[in-house]
Design a protein around this ligand. Structure first.
Ligand SMILES: O=c1ccn([C@@H]2O[C@H](COP(=O)(O)O)[C@@H](O)[C@H]2O)c(=O)[nH]1
Length: 224
């Protein structure tokens, strides 16, 4: 089951990211690189990380007008990521154009509602304070637009999968039962997320900030 874990390497330091990836590589299925890493290291950094030999998930969460997002996706085509994120709230045309611009083998997945948000955050931005409803509305939009799947929390993945049985479901906000939540608000355990229908789990700090990332990754793998 270790193939279902993507380790989130949220650091601007290339050497540190590479060292952690090398240590945990036998207990994870891929490497997730986000804004912090990409802004600091760019395409060169991604090429360096690819040398570890695991699939690369580029979590850049594009959200802009369709033309701008399509051009950004074209610019990362040479990196050939296994997975790439955009925000579902960018709308249907943006999602369609992102998918059309992506390499054939890249899964384009749409972020529905960030796992760091809760009902009160939805209210604060003028939306109904119901994460399930919000996630399902954006899941429908993502499915209709032709992207490959969505990002949601483990609390909504079963409902999303029910409306999109062949979708690809990325679940972050994953914590071992006794783990610190930090800034994550909609949290489930790794086992809980897989049982609910997650295709892959994104796990960062529970592994990367552990005293021994290798042991932490193994311990999580053992629960799956
Ligand atoms: O809704 C979302 C979308 C993306 N993320 C990303 O996943 C990891 C989670 O890291 P942890 O350290 O395990 O909290 C991080 O890179 C986020 O940018 C998310 O958490 N929620």
């Amino acid at each position: 089951m270790s193939g279902r874990i993507y380790v989130a390497l949220d650091t601007p330091e290339l050497d540190k990211a590479k060292a952690i990836a090398t240590r945990v590589r036998n207990h994870v299925g891929g490497i997730k690189l986000g804004l912090e890493f990409f802004v600091a290291n760019g395409r060169h950094g991604v090429h360096e990380m690819a040398e570890v030999g695991l699939p690369i998930f580029l979590d850049l969460k594009f959200h802009d007008i369709p033309n701008t997002v399509a051009k950004a996706v074209q610019a990362i085509r040479p990196l050939n990521p296994a997975i790439l994120t955009v925000h579902a709230a960018g709308g249907r045309a943006m999602l369609e154009d992102a998918k059309a611009a992506a390499p054939t083998g890249t899964k384009v997945v749409a972020v529905t509602m960030l796992t760091s948000l809760d009902p009160s955050d939805l209210s604060a931005i003028g939306l109904k304070p119901d994460p399930h409803e919000q996630v399902l509305r954006l899941t429908e939009l993502a499915r209709e637009s032709g992207v490959d799947g969505i990002v949601c929390s483990g609390a909504e993945v079963a409902a999303a999968k029910a409306v999109w049985p062949h979708g690809f479901f990325v679940v972050p906000g994953v914590r071992p039962a006794d783990g610190h939540h930090g800034d994550q608000k909609r949290v489930v355990t790794p086992r809980g997320a897989l049982d609910a229908g997650a295709s892959i789990l994104v796990i960062g700090r529970p592994i990367t900030q552990a005293e021994d990332p290798d042991i932490a990754a193994r311990a999580i793998e053992a629960t799956l």
